[in-house]
Structure formats: structure tokens, C-alpha cells
Design a protein around this ligand. Sequence first.
Ligand code: NAP
Length: 499
Amino acid sequence: MAKASVSLTTYKNFIAGEWVESKSARRVANVNPANTEEILGEIVLSTREETRAAVEAAEKALPAWSETPAPVRGKIITKAAQLMEARKEELSRALTLEEGKTLAESRGELARGINCVDFAASEGRRLKGETIPSELPSNFCYTLRQPIGVVACITPWNFPICIPAWKIAPALVCGNTVVFKPATLTPWTATLLTEIFVEAGVPAGVLNLVLGGGGEVGDELVTNEKIRAISFTGSNEIGTKLYQQGAQRGIKCQCEMGGKNPILVLADADLALAAESTVTGAFGSTGQRCTATSRAIVVESIADEFLNLLLERAKKIVVGNGLETGTVMGPAVDKNQYETVLKYIEIGRKEGAELKLGGHPVKGEKHSNGYFVEPTIFDQVRPTMRIAQEEIFGPVLSLIRVKDFEEGLAVANGVKFGLSSAIYTNDASKIFRFIDRIETGITHVNSGTPGGEAQLPFGGIKATGVGAREMGSSAIEFWSELKTVYIDFTGRRREGNLY
Ligand code: NAP
């Protein structure tokens, strides 16, 4: 292992209210993707037995936590939001070092994470059911929300604070106890987030953190009979398998997976604005956002002008270490992702797309130890090409030329994914037709594909998402069970129709 320049830590599990080091002998370095000589810490790949101990701790803590009034649970979660705010700079810095995004992007992720925790906390005072009129006299009918039980949150590396925060906070407010398995690539930020919930007053056993590989820790959570719900964000490959496993056990499952998000630019659009949003959406967070813009679908009559605007804007992107002032785009998260991006660029070339910008690793001494790839733009991409169909998850934008709105919409819908989309036009009828017919869970009019506010539902359709939406009040739908209650106060046997 290379020399550490930040204090070398062995990240611990948090089980039953104690920070405990895994007994496993398998260790992996936590590497700064902007400088691979910088080892931030080491992650121990925990065992199934340790995962089971976390599940058992969560099971033990369940009765007391589920009986704690929801507004009181919410107050603890409010405190967590306040602590995130107080430690925002520390968390943002750790996020940039560990994941590679720029400091400004890390601060943005923190801001969204805080909003999500804050919103979930406020739901503690609104964890309500409904009073519904009965068709029978003297019959009182209502619904109430109850906890599901012990639940698992399995999360990816690309938003390693925000995504766990938007899962864990509503899960806890609803009275569940949680086992949290973060991505192996981002143990540090997972540790800091867990610390915050603990400091906020989440009781022992209510939130447990287990670090380790998906094949072992993740699989144990998916197959453990005591886990009653799973919230997963990650790749399609893992998510669809996990959903099948969950369905077989008859448990609640939500899986948020990949995207191939289009931006449709029509002839009457404000082209400068559309180009700005396309570049930000494609290259922000190094394209490693599930909502990243990966396809610019542009009407032929303005395609040359639009491409020039894209190139002009994208050429100004400074690629480098996210901690350095002036950096606009950081590295790929690891060697695997870096090689995947370069592989797709090669596929695009071979498929006959025209490379207009980038296409290579970034050269130069400052970049030699990091996983830096140039912002890359392909023109003349055909909708059937692999670079137009498959999620690359890197700084690669495909420009697809179409004759009109109808063809653009068909191309936008012609992929298996359905997360986010955008249209740039001022034509009201096309805007509403697009909103009606675009096959994505989220859509934007005259703004870019990424982003989402804490109080609104977030998630996709088609191969992107299965199960209830995350964030907003729909998170409460997922994280609670609804009970329907009938109270007959006639005091006697009813006559007539009984269903
Ligand atoms: P991933 O490889 O699928 O991993 C996601 C999580 O699942 C990690 O914690 C991983 O652990 C774990 N895992 C792996 N194998 C498992 C198994 N057999 N059983 C249970 N858990 C298992 O995804 P990723 O590379 O971290 O994330 C990138 C993907 O996430 C992209 O496709 C992106 O589009 C998607 N994403 C979607 C959204 C959305 O809301 N739609 C948001 C963000 C990201 P290890 O880390 O140990 O492998």
C-alpha cells in the first residue's frame, strides 16, 4: 500500500451502537481517484457473520424505536440535518477526496442531502393516514402508517452522502431500523454520515453500518429473512437480480438504476441556454450522475450551430483535482470506470460516430496519477449505436441529428432506460406533447436533465426503476406499511349486505 498523506484510517463497522473493526483479513485501499498515490484509508471487507450481527442488532432495537412517537423520531433526524450543515465543509472535502467530484459539486451534494434529511424529518409530524367514510352507519374507517421492520439500504459510490441520506432519514422517521451497506469505493463518507446520525441521537442498534463487498455483505442483506425491505440504488445488472430475490421473499423492494438521459433541442429553442445546460449536464460530476445528459437530440436545421456552441463551451472545461480552485471536472472514480469510459469512446469511433472533442486520457504531469478523461463529444451518432443505447457513466456526449420533433421524441424514447429528460423549445404545444409522451420518471422543460428537489419524488421508469419513488412524500409510502382499520360501534350484529 502506498504512503498515506491524509491520516490512514481503517474504517469500522457500526453495530449495536459500537464502532467495531471487522475481523476479516481482506482489506482494500481507499484511493483518491485524482491522485492514486494518496491512500485515504483502508476498508475491511466484512463477513456474512458480521452482517448478520448488524441485522440482529437492528432487530433488537426495533420495538423501542418503532414505539417512539414519529414526531420524536423526526426531531432526532432534524438534529442530523443540522449536524450535516455544521460539518458541511469537512464532509464536502472528504467527498471530493474519496469520489473525485469538484469541491463545488460536493457542496452541492451536501446541500441536497441536508434538504432531504430535513424534509424527511418534517414528515415525522405528518405521518398520517386517512379517515375514509364507510358505506355502513356507525362504522369508523381509517388508515394508519406503521413501520415495516428491519430494512436495508444498499447504495452506490456516485452520490455517497446524498443517496444514503435520502434513504436512511425517511426509513428512520417511519420507525424502521436500518442496516446500511455503502459502496466499497466510498467507506469514508459513509462513516461520516453514520457518525452524524449517531451524534444526532439515533439510539444503539437503530442504524448499523456494515462495510464490505456487494457479493457478501450485500447478498446477505438481500437474502436474510429478517430484512423486510430493501432500498437499492446502483446498476441494472445488480438491481434487477436483487429485485427478483426480493420478490421471491415477498418483501418491499425499490431499485433505482441506470439512465441514458436525452435533451431534445428544437429549432426555436434558446440555443445558448440549451448548449450551456447540455454541457453542464453531460460533464458535471464527470458524467457520473444517473441523471447526466448523455444524448443531445437536435433538429437538423440548427444542429451545426448547436454543435459549435457545445464545443465552444466544453473546450473551456478545466479537468483536474477537484480540490484545486478552477477545476470544473474531476476524474473517473476508479480504474474500472476510467477503462469503461475509454472503451466506450473506442466503440463510438469504431461504430462510425464523428469525434468532435476529447476522446483521450488527459495528458500532463498534473494528471498522470489520476483517472482523468477529456470531455468527449461525438457527432453523427445514430440512435442504434451502442454509445447511444448503453449507459457509459462518464464524460461522453452523443449528438444525434433528427428531422423534427416527432423523430426526436421517438429517438428519446428508443432506449431501455427512463430516468430523466429535457426539452428546449418555446412551443407550448410541443412542450405538453413531450411531457405527455416522454418515457422518463422525471422531465425538465427548458432546464437540464440533472437534479431534483428534496420534496419531490425522484426515480425512473422502464429499466431504470422498479418500486415506489424515492424522496418527497413518496419515500414515506415506501418506508411504511399502511393498515386499514374498521371500527363498528353499533354494538350489535349488522343486517343486510356483508361483503
Ligand atoms: P453497483 O455496482 O450496482 O453497486 C451498487 C451497490 O450494490 C454497491 O453498494 C454494491 O457493493 C452493491 N452490490 C453489488 N453486488 C451486490 C449483490 N450481489 N447484492 C447486493 N448488493 C450488491 O452500482 P455502482 O457502480 O455503485 O453505481 C453506479 C450505478 O448506479 C449507475 O448505473 C447509475 O446510473 C446508478 N445510479 C442510479 C441512480 C438513480 O436514482 N436511478 C442514482 C445514482 C446512481 P460494492 O460497492 O461492494 O460492489
